[in-house]
Design a protein around this ligand. Structure first.
Ligand SMILES: [Ca+2]
Ligand SMILES: [Ca+2]
Ligand SMILES: [Ca+2]
Length: 451
């Protein structure tokens, strides 16, 4: 994008280029949007402890337990049409499989063949959505269920879980810390450095090639522990703990943030309603809008920046006669976060005197800095005024307004559209860059002509 601004400078020789936008082009913008949950078309089959994976924008849900029997059922959800279709069943009936997608193929590993959590499996089966067929792959090194799955660079990692075998795989109470890696190209499994903390049913997500494991159930309690695995160094590091302990949540990554929703905690002997978000860049957690239908062990998939949570159970397991087992499908769209940019109201002048009764225009510059290129802003999305949501620009141009050698954006707004009134002391600008990043900036103002 810096080349774009250089190009503009070359074209206009550093002088103002009026882009000639008319007000008709300024269709306004989507404002910074808070977290939202939306109810979507329910899954045809009620179930929990199923696996989920996304291939080409379609969420596939496989296996699980419907409150009566374990399932081989495969159902596919298309968010674009909000519809479900039934696909070829999985060869092996099972609950609690670990599911991950590599190169358009969905892999379902391990799980339980019996409804009481026994009959632990090592079987691995692969589903190709293009042909709607299943093939059997190399089994896991040990029988295992209730583990987390993450895919990094074409390798499927299975982490923790409950082992159906004794040592060396069995941990305390059958819960394990083992980490195994499946390479679909060679169809082989390799055992990697074990996770520091023994646990099953954590929330798992991959961000920038690192596998994050959050919470889950340890032998002596439900956990808040977060540990991160780097496949390149085959090492684990401990991260900031999740605020709320939970096992069996919906976990998924949207735009580099790991979201963990719902689940169950023995610390409170109840379901968890909260949604918490981990940002690896800052190693910190934030609390988000709660999940509408509280549940444990749902299926999860992320499509186009939206986290879909399907099925699950409204109790820790399921009640008699399958009570509490869900078909519910809820979609979480995370809050759009803004970055703060430098703006200069009335560039080159201070204290930015504005007469709220003026019929004139207010010039506002978006400044290019070391970390932000004003040429990336889409002027059609910019609004300016008392809160940054009021006036559309009547002119937009590129100019080095502060003479520091880089190209800034200058916009003009009709004063009467800004909502600025006598006594106001600041005004704001909002907008969106060409690649969708929300921006906002504020500057001081001094109202005049008000007596
Ligand atoms: Ca100024
Ligand atoms: Ca600059
Ligand atoms: Ca400049």
């Amino acid at each position: 994008m810096r080349s774009t601004s250089r190009m503009f400078k070359a074209l206009v020789g550093g002088r103002i280029l009026l882009l000639g936008f008319t007000t008709a082009l300024f269709t306004g913008q989507a404002l910074a949007q808070a977290d939202t949950w939306e109810t979507k078309a329910p899954m045809p089959t009620q179930r929990y402890t199923q696996g989920g994976g996304v291939v080409n924008g379609i969420l596939y849900v496989v296996g699980g337990f419907n409150g009566f029997v374990n399932l081989d059922t495969v159902e596919a959800y298309n968010p674009a049409t909000d519809t479900w279709t039934t696909k070829a069943p999985m060869p092996t009936v099972r609950a609690t499989p670990g599911v991950g997608v590599v190169n358009g193929i969905l892999y379902a590993a391990g799980g339980n063949s019996e409804v009481n959590g026994t009959g632990t499996l090592s079987v691995v089966e692969a589903y190709d959505p293009v042909t709607n067929t299943w093939t059997t792959k190399a089994p896991m090194p040990a029988t295992q269920s209730h583990f987390g799955v993450g895919v990094v660079n074409g390798i499927l990692y299975t982490v923790g879980g409950i082992s159906g075998q004794s040592a060396p795989y069995g941990g305390d109470g059958g819960t394990v810390a083992i980490l195994q890696a499946y390479d679909p190209i060679t169809n082989t499994w390799t055992t990697k450095a074990p996770m520091p903390t023994v646990r099953h049913t954590p929330g798992v997500g991959v961000v920038n090639g690192i596998l994050y494991v959050a919470g889950g159930q340890g032998p002596s309690g439900t956990l808040t522990t977060v540990e991160a695995y780097d496949p390149i160094t085959n090492t684990w590091t401990t991260k900031a703990p999740m605020p709320t302990s939970r096992q069996g949540p919906a976990g998924g990554v949207v735009n580099g943030i790991l979201y963990v929703a719902g689940g169950y905690s023995y610390e409170v002997n109840d379901l968890v309603t909260t949604v918490e978000a981990y940002d690896p860049a800052t190693n910190s957690w934030t609390t988000r809008v709660p999940i509408p239908t509280t549940r444990s062990y749902p299926g999860v998939g992320v499509v186009n920046g939206i986290l879909y949570v399907v099925g699950g159970s409204t109790v820790r397991g399921s009640g008699p006669n399958g009570d509490g087992v869900l078909i519910t499908n809820e979609a979480f769209t995370p809050e759009v976060t803004e970055i703060t940019v430098a703006i200069d109201i009335k560039p080159g002048s201070f204290p930015n005197s504005i007469n709220p009764r003026s019929r004139g225009k207010i010039p506002v510059a978006i400044l290019t800095t070391d970390t932000f290129d004003a040429a990336t802003v889409d002027p059609n999305t910019v609004l300016f005024g008392l809160t940054g949501t009021e006036a559309v620009p009547v002119h937009s141009a590129f100019e080095d307004v502060d003479g520091d050698g880089d190209t800034d954006m200058i916009l003009h707004f009709n004063t009467q559209g800004t909502g600025i009134q006598c006594g106001d002391t600041s005004a704001s600008l909002t907008g969106v860059t060409l690649d969708g990043q929300m921006i906002q900036g504020s500057d001081a103002i001094n109202t005049v002509g008000c007596k």
